[in-house]
Design a binder for this molecule. Structure first.
Ligand code: BEZ
Ligand code: FE
Length: 296
């Protein structure tokens, strides 16, 4: 190892310490990370105080992160990195439903629900009836798809943000399974546009840049089926004012849907509803899993 390193020689020296990586991809990622980090410091003439502030910021992101409060995910989202990584890795094919980011409010271990269930968890709001169909690339219905869905309440809050009110009880989220015709359906309450959480370190960035924290109204879906590529996506309300100002860059035109308002009447599941309600109907197209790559 060399000594007396200079601004010009230190990068190669640090990169060479990864030569011993057993995994070549690990080596490549670290070598490139060092290159970009060092270039960033050189190009911006980063000061010691600024770098200390950045490390303190990252420590504070870690300190507030819990399974229900994913501040690192949020940081990646507001920097556009989550969507960029999705775009780089999207291989769903031309006819498949577009994917978009998972977001920080997905929770593992959600309750299973039968089709037709009310998944609102008793949270009051405008009734919303969701009907979905899952098909493959040739239009064939896909039975047995595990469909995770989750969304906010009518004030823009997810269940995990309402510990005091719900005491950890899941609401507005469930795991459903498609029937033989590829269909799933449930009742819940209509969501609303909302701000990403701004009470933590990511909020400091948003305020420093005078950025809007708002996300347009949407419902999340995560679909898994044997033989098909998993799909993580959202459906966005067509007439939402924030569609073109999403704080996390996740809106795709192909995912804009009609959340149809009805004054009262018969819901898609046959329920008579004596108050205004909404319906959302969508067909999701999955692409087939690719065969595993053959090793040379
Ligand atoms: C969400 O849609 O749940 C979400 C995505 C990114 C940041 C915050 C929230
Ligand atoms: Fe969301």
């Amino acid at each position: 190892m060399s000594i007396d390193l200079s601004e010009d020689t230190i990068t190669k020296e640090v990169q060479s310490t990864f030569d011993g990586c057993r995994d070549q991809r690990t080596r490549e990622l670290f070598v490139e990370l060092v290159r970009h980090l060092h270039d960033f410091a050189r190009e911006t003439r980063l000061t010691g105080d600024e770098w200390f502030t950045a490390m303190d910021f990252l420590a504070r992101v870690g300190a507030v992160t819990t399974p229900a409060r994913q501040e690192y995910v949020l940081l990646s989202d507001i920097l556009g990195l989550s969507v960029l990584v999705d775009l780089i890795n999207e291989h769903h094919g031309p006819h498949a439903t577009d994917g978009t980011l998972l977001g920080p409010f997905f929770v593992e271990g959600r309750p299973s629900a039968a089709n037709g269930s009310d998944i609102s968890g008793g949270v009051p709001g405008t009734p919303m009836f969701v009907t979905g169909r899952v098909v493959g690339p040739d239009g064939e219905p896909v039975a047995g798809v595990r469909v995770d869905t989750w969304h906010s309440d009518g004030e823009g809050h997810y269940d995990v943000q309402q510990e005091e009110r719900l005491h950890g009880r899941p609401a507005m989220r469930a795991l459903l399974t498609t029937d033989d015709d590829g269909r799933f359906w449930y009742r819940s309450i209509a969501p609303r546009f909302y701000p990403v959480p701004v009470d933590g370190p990511c909020g400091e960035i948003m305020r420093a840049a005078d950025r809007s924290p708002m996300r347009p109204e949407h419902v999340h879906f995560r679909l898994h089926a044997d033989g098909y590529q998993p799909l993580i996506t959202m459906l966005f309300r067509r007439d939402d004012d924030y569609l073109e100002h999403d704080a996390v860059f996740a809106v795709k035109r192909s995912l804009v849907a009609d959340f149809v308002r009805h004054e009262s009447g018969t819901a898609p599941d046959g329920t008579e509803v004596g108050e205004p309600f909404e319906t959302l109907d969508w067909t999701f197209t999955l692409s087939r899993s690719r065969p595993p790559e053959r090793r040379a």
